[in-house]
Design a protein around this ligand. Structure first.
Ligand SMILES: Nc1ncnc2c1ncn2[C@@H]1O[C@H](COP(=O)(O)OP(=O)(O)OP(=O)(O)O)[C@@H](O)[C@H]1O
Ligand SMILES: [Mg+2]
Length: 259
């Protein structure tokens, strides 16, 4: 039996197809989110990779910010539930999940069975999210996938005092014009994102294991910054950008079994 999870985020669209609730036969990401052709393109890629069609899917669950705009799902489930489900499936020792996406950051606390005990969300402000990193990558004339390796070349972090993205952007521009080392600025940017996300995680208490997920977890510079702020190890979920879609596909499998 095949089931599908579609995570329509603000920054990207993710699709996971599962066989019998355990084998991942497709996990595709397109870097365009809700309101774009991203969801459709991610679906097409997943069908192409798996050689399957919509008719092969016993149940489809949509999640993410744009889940209600996605046509063709049998059910919608919240992102918090889907991230918790996907991460717990991959890392059963997870008790604190930190998801940093394009538009918001979330901290979720789990019990030993994967049930959600508490969650905290920052969705009012771009600081501490992937959007902040996108803005900074542009100003620093680099790309998201290069930021972690440039951070590694830094000898210290150039601190950013503004918590507002707009002010922080001006601060980085003036650091650059004052000749501050670009790699040190990048480390400062990563620390700024990590401090905001860790603030959310602290609110729920910090139970081990701490697992990072969402697109920003692909940035090892942010992960290292999280570890330095929390003074604890942080596990990166395997294929972190698609864990929400995986959780949705797992919910779809449960629903299909009940049908
Ligand atoms: N290759 C990459 N390397 C490092 N970071 C990346 C890479 N690709 C994406 N990102 C980061 O991931 C972010 C998007 O994360 P994600 O796909 O989880 O967001 P989303 O689910 O669409 O957003 P949200 O959950 O907030 O609605 C980008 O803003 C960027 O900072
Ligand atoms: Mg997301």
């Amino acid at each position: 039996m095949y089931t599908m999870g579609v995570d329509v985020g603000s920054a990207s669209s993710k699709v996971v197809i599962l066989k019998d609730g355990k084998d991942i036969v497709a996990a595709e990401t397109v870097q365009f989110g809700t309101g774009s052709t991203g969801p459709q393109k991610a679906l097409e890629k997943a069908y192409e990779v798996s050689g399957l069609t919509r008719e092969d899917m016993s149940f489809v669950v949509a999640t993410g910010y744009g889940r209600f705009n996605f046509e063709g799902a049998d059910k919608q489930v919240s992102e918090i539930s889907c991230h918790a489900k996907g991460v717990f499936h991959l890392v059963p020792t997870a008790r604190t999940i930190i998801d940093i996406g394009g538009q918001d950051a979330k901290a979720i606390r789990l019990d030993s069975k994967g049930g959600i005990k508490q969650f905290f969300m920052n969705d009012k402000c771009a600081a501490g999210t992937g959007r902040f990193l996108e803005v900074m990558a542009r100003v620093l004339e680099t790309t998201l996938d290069q930021m972690a390796s440039l951070d590694e070349l830094a000898d210290e972090a150039a601190p950013i005092s503004s918590t507002c993205t707009v002010f922080a952007e001006s601060e980085v521009i003036s650091q650059l014009s004052n000749g501050v080392n670009r790699n040190n600025i990048i480390r400062g940017v990563h620390l700024s994102v990590a401090s905001r996300a860790c603030g959310l995680a602290y609110r729920g208490g910090l139970e081990k294991d701490i697992v990072m997920t969402g697109g920003v977890a692909q940035n090892a510079g942010v992960v290292r910054a999280m570890e330095s702020v929390l003074k604890k190890d942080v596990i990166v979920a395997p294929h972190p950008q698609t864990t929400g879609a995986l959780g949705a596909a797992l919910f779809a499998f449960e629903a299909a079994q009940k049908k």
